[in-house]
Design a protein around this ligand. Structure first.
Ligand code: SF4
Length: 112
């Protein structure tokens, strides 16, 4: 009979035995969401940022307009594929357009 030695993860796991699969997983570092603490929309009714289809987005965009973390918010939404709501002052449609423009720019740069 053979004795199986437990796999030991690197130091973040404190050297504790872990399942082989877990040891092989790449766990990304905790995401920096400090920017959310500086959001202009803190305390604002979230429904404002998720208007019904066809409803005005003007008021939400007004809040975003004066937001110091607008860029971080928009990039977060793009990176996480947020499909609904106003993020970084942009609607779903505007983010889709921006994603397309960036994809085209990347393809253009890759083929140059
Ligand atoms: S850009 Fe708009 S939705 Fe994003 S954090 Fe600022 S106020 Fe909130």
């Amino acid at each position: 009979m053979t004795t199986q030695t437990p796999i030991t993860a690197p130091t973040e796991q404190g050297g504790q035995p872990v399942h082989e699969f877990a040891a092989q997983m790449m766990i990304p570092p905790a995401e920096d969401r400090e920017w959310q603490e500086r959001a202009n929309c803190l305390g604002v009714d979230p429904d404002l940022f998720f208007p019904e289809r066809g409803a005005s987005t003007k008021e939400a965009k007004g809040v975003c307009g004066g937001c110091e973390v607008k860029v971080e918010c928009l990039e977060y939404a793009l990176a996480h594929g947020e499909k609904f709501g106003i993020w970084g002052g942009m609607s779903e449609r505007e983010r889709r357009r921006l994603r397309r423009q960036r994809a085209l720019a990347r393809r253009g740069a890759a083929s140059a």
